[in-house]
Design a protein. Structure first.
Length: 471
């Protein structure tokens, strides 16, 4: 209680609170004052598309790497879950004042490329199948070497399939990084040599091991196998040296599938061995299951073995796909309800939110109001109805939503915030006559409506979702 009372004395010096209350055994209740909420609305009208204006990142350089599926086939709904997630997370960091780069790591080196070549040649070592393999087989011509065929096929898959799907998802990468570049430029060999000089590797049974246990891993990790092939970890460590040493990122966030959980500690140990410890975070996304009429969808319409993202996007609008993919926490299995996704009504949360924005635009058109010209909340103080105050409070949460997401990468709170904001507006619209005969009330409610428009469109924009003016 003594400590709480000391805090109370300091907090009361701030102008944000009407009351600071201390209760046993030391709880502190803070009551934000009306002036604070009115300032939030003024800030929205001042900054508009830039609201909330944040400097949390202080210009630090952050990379978010996501999807990074092997170029051995079209994107599935499983590996493409990282698309909306990583894209939105990067947008959140950008909103908070960080310098952000979005990256895709192309695994175009190694045995999976040779396996792809055998599959396209349709010989006895073929591993992959499906319509896309038939398509590539018919285009391969006279090529016979499995590795060269695999390189050629992976390039076609990347350029004509993966990149096309990524564009459909409204994702634009700053860098497409080739794994093969690391080997062609001896970056992997140089990193292994660096670790050798630091006495961080040893040989056992013909293989070269990295002393990962020294850096908190549960076991030492193989960098070069007994057949002299280098492991994925060797390439990943070299890639992250490039990220931190060459590109000088202050923070790197890798968005991986849950099946890569066993690889996380090894890479973290490698990054720490390079003296970049604490700068790498890895987010593991759980799996996606598609449901239709209560039954799991097991087969693709084209590939025959899995559901491709193109299949889903051919049926479901991209805004709906992105919103649904963002709704669940990254550590939660995602059950995608196809029936709900195809429903164009308020039952579908995407349309519920979009309709709120369209309704706002309709109100402003009817009032002949140009939202871009309202720059101050001169009359907001006249609003005192519960629904009006609740909407103001909801808008005030925006900055906190961004701050919390920066801390734990929980982008699922963004679609929920959009729903809450839309709900608060719908209640305000029902309870308050926006175009009231009283001039002060009318102007005050228009100010709040315009502020809601920008708050709602901004949160949708961060999620990569369009805010329609008409529906």
């Amino acid at each position: 209680m003594k400590i709480a009372l000391e805090f109370k004395e300091e907090i009361e010096k701030k102008k944000m609170f009407d009351k600071v209350e201390v209760l046993p055994p030391g709880f502190i209740n803070l009551f934000l004052n009306r002036a604070y909420f009115d300032k939030v609305i003024s800030d929205v009208l001042k900054y508009k598309e830039d609201f909330p204006k944040m400097k949390m990142g202080k210009g630090e350089k952050v990379q978010v790497e996501f999807i990074s599926a092997n170029p051995t086939g079209p994107l599935t709904i499983g590996n493409a879950r990282g698309g909306p997630f990583g894209d939105t997370l990067a947008n959140v960091f950008k909103k908070a004042g960080y310098r952000v780069e979005k990256a895709y790591y192309i695994n175009d080196y190694g045995k999976q490329i040779i396996a792809l070549g055998h599959s396209v040649l349709k010989d006895d070592k073929a591993r992959y199948s499906g319509e896309y393999i038939d398509f590539l087989h018919n285009r391969v011509g006279e090529k016979k070497d499995p590795y060269e065929v695999g390189k050629w096929a992976s390039h076609i898959i990347l350029e004509e399939m993966i990149k096309a799907t990524v564009l459909k998802l409204n994702i634009h990468y700053d860098e497409w990084f080739s794994e093969a570049w690391l080997y062609e430029n001896k970056r992997v060999d140089k990193v292994i040599e660096y670790l050798r000089k630091k006495d961080l590797v040893y040989e056992s049974e013909g293989a070269l091991f990295f002393k990962a246990k020294q850096f908190g891993d549960i076991r030492d990790r193989v960098l070069v196998k007994s057949d002299k092939d280098k492991t994925y970890l060797a390439g990943d460590i070299a890639y992250h040296e490039y990220k931190f040493k060459d590109k000088k990122f202050d923070k790197v966030i890798n968005v991986w599938g849950a099946d890569h959980q066993g690889d996380v500690k090894g890479l973290e140990a490698g990054v720490e061995a390079l003296s970049f410890g604490g700068k790498l975070d890895t987010v593991l996304l759980q799996f996606v299951t598609l449901f239709k009429e209560g039954e799991q969808v097991k087969m693709s319409k084209r590939e025959g073995t899995y559901v491709s993202m193109d299949d889903l996007l051919n049926d479901v609008p991209v805004d709906v796909v992105r919103f649904f993919f963002l709704q669940k926490s990254f550590n939660t299995h995602l059950n995608f309800n196809l029936d709900l996704a195809l429903t164009e009504s308020d039952n579908n949360p995407v349309y519920y939110v979009k309709y709120a924005h369209a309704r706002i635009c309709s109100v402003l058109r009817n009032a002949n109001v140009d939202a871009t010209k309202i720059r101050k909340a001169k009359h907001i103080k006249y609003l005192d109805k519960e629904a009006e105050i609740d909407l103001i409070k909801e808008i005030a949460k925006f900055e906190e939503i961004i701050e919390d997401t920066i801390k734990d990468y929980g982008v699922h709170r963004l679609p929920q915030y959009a729903i809450d904001l839309a709900s608060a507006f719908h209640k305000f619209y029902s309870d308050s006559r926006i175009l009231d005969k009283d001039k002060k009330l009318r102007k005050a409610r228009i100010e709040l409506t315009v502020a809601t428009k920008f708050a709602l469109s901004n949160i949708l924009n961060i999620m990569g979702i369009k805010a329609p003016e008409r529906m």
